[in-house]
Design a protein around this ligand. Structure first.
Ligand code: TTP
Ligand code: MG
Ligand code: MG
Length: 355
C-alpha cells in the first residue's frame, strides 16, 4: 500500500505576512492588488479566515473585497518573500521523506510508504510534521493522508483549516461522493461547466457514470476524470526537480498597450522557449510571465500546472492568461518575458485535464 501526505499551508500569503507583522494577527487581512479605495483593479490573492468569514476569497475582485470590508488590512503581494518562506517549508518536509514533490508555492506531497506501514502510523507522522511546521516555522497548515496524490489532496481540503484528515482506500468512494464536481482535483472551471451541462453535480454522479460517455466529450481525459471521481490515481511523486529554468524575453520596438500586439509577442517568445525545451528534452510545470512597463517597473506572475507538460499551446495559453490577470489595462509595456521552470526529464507523467 502507498501512503501519501499532502501538506498545504493555511491562508499562505497572509500567514507569511502575519509572521513578520504579528500585530495584524486576529484581524481580517487581505493580500492582493491595491484596492485604491474601491477603484482598484485586480484580485484578491488570498485572505485569512477572519476575512473569509465575510465572504471574501481568493480571485475575488479587490474592489468587491474593499466594498465588503473597507476596514480590513490590505497588503500588497510580496512574492519573493513568500517564495523564501515556501523554501523553508519544503526543506522541513524533506526531512520527513526524500520522496517529496512541491506542487505549488504552498503545497508539498510526501510519499512515506517506505518508512510507514499503516494508516495509524501515517496519521501520527502527519501530526509530527504539523507540529514541526508550527514549532519551527510558526505557520499553520493542513495535511491530507491517503493512498494516492489525488485522495491526499482531497483529504487535505477537507481538513482545512489547521487539521489533519485520513482517507482510507476503503472509505474513498464514500468520502468523495457528495463533494461538488468542481472541487475534484484537476477539474478546472471549464471542465466543471461542461460536466454540469452533462448533468453531473457531485463527484459521485461522475463515479456512477461511465467512462465512455466522458471520453466522447473529453477525449483522453474522460477516462482520467472517471478514475479521479472513483479515487483512482497511480501518478507518482516526482522528486529532484531541476532547479533551472528556460526563459526568453523580448523588448518592443515601441512601448505598447495593444493587447493583440502583446499577445503576438508572447506567442513568439513562447515558441522560442518551447524549442529550447524540446532540444533539451524537458517537461515543465511552472510558467512565469514578466512584464516590464515603460517606467521600468516589473511585474511577475506564475502558474504551476498540476502535472508536467511539454506542450507549446500550454505555454502560450498559460502565459496569455497570466498576462491578462496581471497587466494593468492601458499601461504601456516595454518588454515581455516568458519562463518555464520546475523542469524534469521524466516522461509519461499524468497530464492535466484542463487548461
Ligand atoms: P491556496 O493553498 O489555494 O490558498 P491559501 O493557502 O491562501 O488558503 P487555504 O489553503 O488555507 O485554503 O493558495 C496558496 C497561495 O497561492 C495563496 O496564499 C495565495 C496564492 N493564490 C493566489 O494568488 N490566487 C489564487 O486564486 C489562489 C487560489 C491562491
Ligand atoms: Mg494553502
Ligand atoms: Mg495550496
Amino acid at each position: 500500500m502507498r501512503l501519501i501526505l499532502l501538506i498545504d499551508m493555511d491562508y499562505f500569503f497572509v500567514a507569511c505576512e502575519e509572521l513578520r507583522h504579528p500585530e495584524i494577527k486576529g484581524k481580517p487581512v487581505i493580500v492582493g492588488f491595491d484596492p485604491k479605495e474601491g477603484r482598484g483593479r485586480g484580485v484578491v490573492s488570498t485572505c485569512n479566515y477572519e476575512a473569509r468569514k465575510f465572504g471574501i476569497h481568493s480571485a475575488m475582485p479587490i474592489s468587491i473585497a474593499y466594498r465588503i470590508k473597507p476596514d480590513a488590512i490590505f497588503l500588497p503581494i510580496d512574492y519573493a518573500y513568500y517564495e523564501k518562506v515556501s523554501k523553508s517549508v519544503v526543506e522541513l518536509a524533506k526531512r520527513y521523506s526524500q520522496k517529496c514533490e512541491q506542487v505549488s508555492i504552498d503545497e508539498v506531497f510526501l510519499d512515506v510508504s517506505e518508512k510507514i506501514k499503516d494508516y495509524d502510523g501515517a496519521s501520527e507522522y502527519a501530526k509530527e510534521i504539523k507540529r514541526a511546521i508550527s514549532d519551527e516555522l510558526h505557520l499553520p497548515c493542513s495535511i491530507g493522508v491517503s493512498v494516492n496524490k489525488l485522495l491526499a489532496k482531497m483529504a487535505c481540503e477537507a481538513a482545512k483549516p489547521n487539521g489533519i484528515k485520513l482517507v482510507k482506500q476503503e472509505g474513498a468512494k464514500a468520502f468523495l461522493r457528495d463533494i461538488p464536481i468542481g472541487k475534484l482535483y484537476g477539474v478546472g472551471q471549464k471542465t466543471e461547466e461542461r460536466l454540469k451541462a452533462m448533468g453531473y453535480k457531485t463527484i459521485g454522479d461522475v463515479a456512477d457514470s461511465n467512462s465512455s460517455r466522458l471520453s466522447q466529450v473529453f477525449k483522453n481525459f474522460g477516462n482520467e476524470i472517471y478514475n479521479s471521481a472513483n479515487g483512482i490515481d497511480d501518478s507518482e511523486i516526482i522528486e529532484n526537480w531541476e532547479v533551472k529554468s528556460i526563459g526568453r524575453e523580448r523588448t518592443f520596438e515601441e512601448d505598447t498597450a495593444e493587447k493583440t500586439q502583446i499577445e503576438e509577442k508572447i506567442k513568439e517568445v513562447s515558441k522560442e522557449v518551447f524549442e529550447e525545451l524540446k532540444a533539451q528534452n524537458f517537461y515543465f510545470k511552472t510558467v512565469t510571465v514578466k512584464i516590464r512597463y515603460s517606467d521600468f517597473t516589473e511585474h511577475l506572475k506564475s502558474k504551476s500546472l498540476l502535472h508536467p507538460s511539454n506542450d507549446l499551446q500550454t505555454i502560450i495559453d498559460t502565459a496569455i492568461k497570466l498576462f491578462e490577470q496581471s497587466a494593468e489595462e492601458g499601461r504601456k509595456v516595454r518588454k515581455i518575458g516568458v519562463r518555464t521552470s520546475t523542469l524534469s526529464e521524466r516522461k509519461g507523467q499524468k497530464k492535466i485535464f484542463n487548461s
